[in-house]
Design a protein around this ligand. Structure first.
Ligand SMILES: [Cu+2]
Length: 281
């Protein structure tokens, strides 16, 4: 047997090395160009979330380094010495009050600071639903795929030109309203670059919104483990330049074909179009 094989210290070192080697591969997947960083942010609302993220990161990072630094310092300073005497201490009331009050105040500050962001991102009453420019999409999640329903060229719901596609395609610069339902279990629509993440809860219609400032194609993930083929819910979303929008929209319409109401798709059967009008507003 190799010497030291049973030594927990050696195994702890091996585990630490493995953790550092493995982490970028595991967590940095598909974002290799950005390494450990968050994926690129493509909306102003997403930037606000990132700023909050980084503020918390630096605050907790500083506290982590300070407390671990103090720990190491004291371990070394007060290590066992020949002739050293033990000291009984009951703690220091003043210091304990200080390190309880300061984090409490910081936590309260963060709590207050995030309220606006939360309301902007999540409150259906604040989402720009009535904006004449708003582009609304109905998203239906099911094991194990996403379906997207769009208004037809008449720009009205509940008319014969509404159509369903398997891809999320939306215009750049306009507010996009997402109405989300699930046909079976809880799923979560995650558009990482937009910092958009919303659970699809069976029995409810969830509302969310975003406004992209960059055109391109990115990945959709289901961020809620929803069954054995959860991984199959990887999809793609597309943000289209205003100049290219009419052509892209026409192509979607073409690909989808007309809705056959005598033989409705699962989407229309589960989420009757008549219900749409009553949910709006
Ligand atoms: Cu899912």
């Amino acid at each position: 047997m190799i010497r030291g094989f049973g030594n927990p210290k050696i195994w702890a070192c091996v585990a630490l090395v493995l953790l550092f080697v493995a982490s970028p591969t595991v967590f940095g997947q598909d974002h290799s160009d950005r390494g450990w960083l968050l994926p690129e942010s493509i909306s102003d609302e997403g930037d606000a979330i990132d700023n909050m993220f980084w503020l918390i990161f630096w605050l907790t990072g500083a506290v982590f380094l300070a407390s671990e630094g103090a720990l190491v310092y004291f371990i070394v300073k007060y290590r066992a010495k020949e002739g050293g005497k033990a000291l009984y201490t009951h703690g220091n009331h003043k210091v304990e009050v200080i390190w309880t009050v300061i984090p409490a105040v910081i936590l309260l500050g963060l709590g207050v600071a995030q309220v606006d962001m939360w309301v902007t991102a999540k409150d259906p009453g604040v989402a720009p639903i009535d904006d004449a420019d708003a582009f609304e999409v109905h998203v239906l999640a099911k094991q194990f795929e996403w379906w997207f329903r769009y208004r037809g060229p008449d720009n009205k719901w509940n008319t014969d030109d509404d159509f369903v596609a398997s891809r999320l395609v939306v215009p750049k610069g306009r507010p996009v309203i997402i109405r989300l339902r699930s046909i079976d279990v809880i799923h979560s629509l995650f558009l990482p670059e937009l910092r958009f993440k919303q659970d699809a809860v069976p029995g409810l219609t969830m509302t969310g919104w975003f406004r992209a400032r960059k055109a391109g194609q990115w990945e959709i993930a289901c961020a809620e483990l929803c069954g054995a083929s959860h991984y199959k819910m990887r999809g793609e979303y597309e943000i289209v330049e205003p100049a290219d929008w009419s052509a892209r929209y026409a192509k979607m319409l073409d690909d989808a074909g007309p809705v056959d109401y005598d033989n409705p798709t699962e989407f229309f059967r589960f989420w009757p179009i008549e219900e749409v009008a009553t949910e709006d507003g």
